[in-house]
Write a new protein. Structure first.
Length: 531
């Protein structure tokens, strides 16, 4: 039989809670001493820690969604809705803790001068202004706090040992921060706008150079008929297709509609009004010429051109003005007719004039297409060069139009950013003077000391129980060794036992000092940093 086996050989008596209590009670000082020490350290920390006050205000992020095609949608500025607050607070923190912003605050409030005076009073020597500013910036950065408090709500505050100083800094920082934040947003838009205007100037110069090269080439061409020709290799197929549709409509739908209008007017007046009286009107004649030019430009314009919408708008304006002028003359010539009757006459006259002008557009485009085809056949080299120059002019015009449109949109967005539209940061709650310190938190320190005391004390007792391999009763000896005890001897106190006692005492003193060290680190170092 192994006399040193750890497991019992016979049947035990089961779990004895009183035995555990007695074992715990014998080592009660291992629990009491650390417990008292940790609570004492918490009390010391509460007494010696400098009170810290916190003054803060609440900032609200306001985002107005925009359905306008001209304005950027501010709700998409930070991507997905769930990322708005996280990205906004990161952007605000970047500005709030930037060296430029903090140095500006330090110099405006003259915080570095106060730091130099304190340094002189404590150490008897002065420091340079740059060093004082750098240290003041570092201290101010450590005091500033910004955090998310709710959906689109943020808390911006300042921690300081002086409640009045914390309040003044919080008030100033919030106002200064909002001003600088708006300026940074406008500065970005202004920088973008300046860059676009520089590019526009370059594109306009390129357009002028391309037009000058085209004009110079056309002036030296053998065929002078192509100088004002709008047809080129890029739009030739488009113009021919448009001409096919215009001819088909002129001979079909337009002719049938004109016949119906003529019949209606004859039944109303008994004859057709003289169209020449209206065609010779100076205002109508000028407007019709403008309409012809605009309609011709529309027929030769490539799809996707940014000027198409503007051209269509201008053409519609001329149509309305021509129709209004015809209505005035019809009202003078036929005052006895009712509104509906006069409207039929106006429609007939307008349609007749515009159809005649449309026939002129078809004839003019047909002539230009024919001249361009003859030129390409007779002078292929010059035709290729002319196409290249015309393409360069077209690209230059497109670039200028695109840049002008982008500048207009950017200017509008810049003005919207400076107004009440879109993205804004507003003060929802102004800072108030703190009445009580937030640090040290007595309740938190007391709970922390109690939990730490219980943990260390209980852990030391459990550790002592686990490491104790001694026998405490005769039953333990018999149960563990499997032997019968026939007698006991009293403990003899000699040098060996005295040395053992001193070593044990030294060991527990070391443990107690370790407990004090752990408590000091926890309460005086780790806790202030967590706060």
């Amino acid at each position: 039989m192994d006399p040193f086996q750890d497991e019992p050989q016979g049947a035990g008596k089961g779990f004895d809670p009183m035995a555990l209590v007695r074992a715990f009670w014998r080592r009660k000082w291992l629990f009491i001493i650390p417990f008292v020490l940790c609570l004492s350290m918490a009390a010391v920390a509460i007494k010696i820690m400098t009170p810290v006050y916190f003054a803060s205000g609440q900032i609200q992020l306001v985002i107005h969604s925009s359905d306008s095609r001209l304005l950027n949608d501010p709700s998409r500025r930070y991507g997905r809705p769930r990322d708005v607050d996280r990205r906004a607070v990161a952007e605000m923190e970047m500005l709030l803790t930037s060296p430029e912003f903090l140095e500006k605050v330090v110099r405006e409030l003259e915080l570095h001068l106060a730091l130099r005076q304190v340094q002189m009073a404590e150490e008897g020597r002065s420091i340079s202004e740059e060093t004082a500013v750098r240290r003041a910036v570092g201290r101010l950065r450590a005091k500033v706090r910004i955090e998310t408090e709710g959906r689109h709500l943020f808390r911006l505050g300042v921690r300081d040992t002086d409640p009045e100083q914390a309040y003044n800094l919080a008030v100033y920082l919030i106002d200064r921060f909002l001003d600088d934040y708006r300026e940074s947003q406008l500065a970005f838009g202004t920088t973008t706008l300046d860059f676009l205007e520089e590019q526009l100037s370059t594109y306009r110069q390129n357009r002028s150079d391309a037009e000058a090269a085209l004009t110079e080439f056309q002036a030296g061409m053998a065929s002078a008929s192509l100088i004002d020709n709008r047809i080129n290799a890029r739009n030739l197929a488009l113009v021919e297709d448009n001409l096919t549709h215009l001819r088909a409509r002129f001979r079909g739908q337009d002719a049938a509609e004109l016949a119906q209008l003529e019949q209606s007017v004859r039944s109303l007046l008994g004859r057709l009004p003289d169209i020449r009286d209206y065609e010779n009107d100076p205002a109508i004649a000028a407007l019709v010429r403008e309409m012809v030019d605009l309609a011709t430009d529309r027929e030769v314009m490539l799809p996707g051109n940014r000027e198409a919408d503007d051209l269509e708008t201008r053409l519609g304006q001329r149509r309305v003005r021509v129709n209004n002028r015809i209505e005035e003359k019809v009202a003078l010539n036929y005052p006895s007719l009712g509104f509906m009757d006069r409207n039929q006459i106006v429609h007939y006259i307008y349609f007749s004039i515009y159809r005649k002008a449309g026939q002129g557009i078809v004839d003019d485009l047909s002539r230009q297409v024919q001249e361009f085809r003859e030129f390409t056949v007779q002078q292929p080299l010059q035709s290729t060069r002319l196409t290249e120059l015309q393409d360069a002019v077209t690209r230059a015009h497109s670039q200028v139009a695109t840049m002008e449109s982008e500048i207009s949109r950017q200017s509008l967005n810049l003005q919207a950013s400076a107004s009440e539209i879109g993205f804004q940061l507003k003060v929802r709650q102004r800072p108030v003077r703190p009445r009580s310190p937030i640090e040290p938190d007595k309740f938190k320190l007391a709970i922390m000391g109690f939990v730490l005391s219980m943990g260390i004390g209980t852990g030391l007792v459990i550790l002592a129980l686990l490491l104790d391999r001694s026998f405490t009763t005769v039953e333990d000896i018999e149960r563990t060794l499997g032997l019968t005890v026939i007698g006991t001897l009293p403990v003899i106190q000699d040098d060996y036992f005295e040395r053992k006692r001193k070593l044990r005492l030294l060991r527990w003193v070391t443990i107690i000092l370790g407990v004090i060290a752990v408590g000091a680190v926890g309460f005086l170092v780790i806790y202030p940093r967590l706060s």
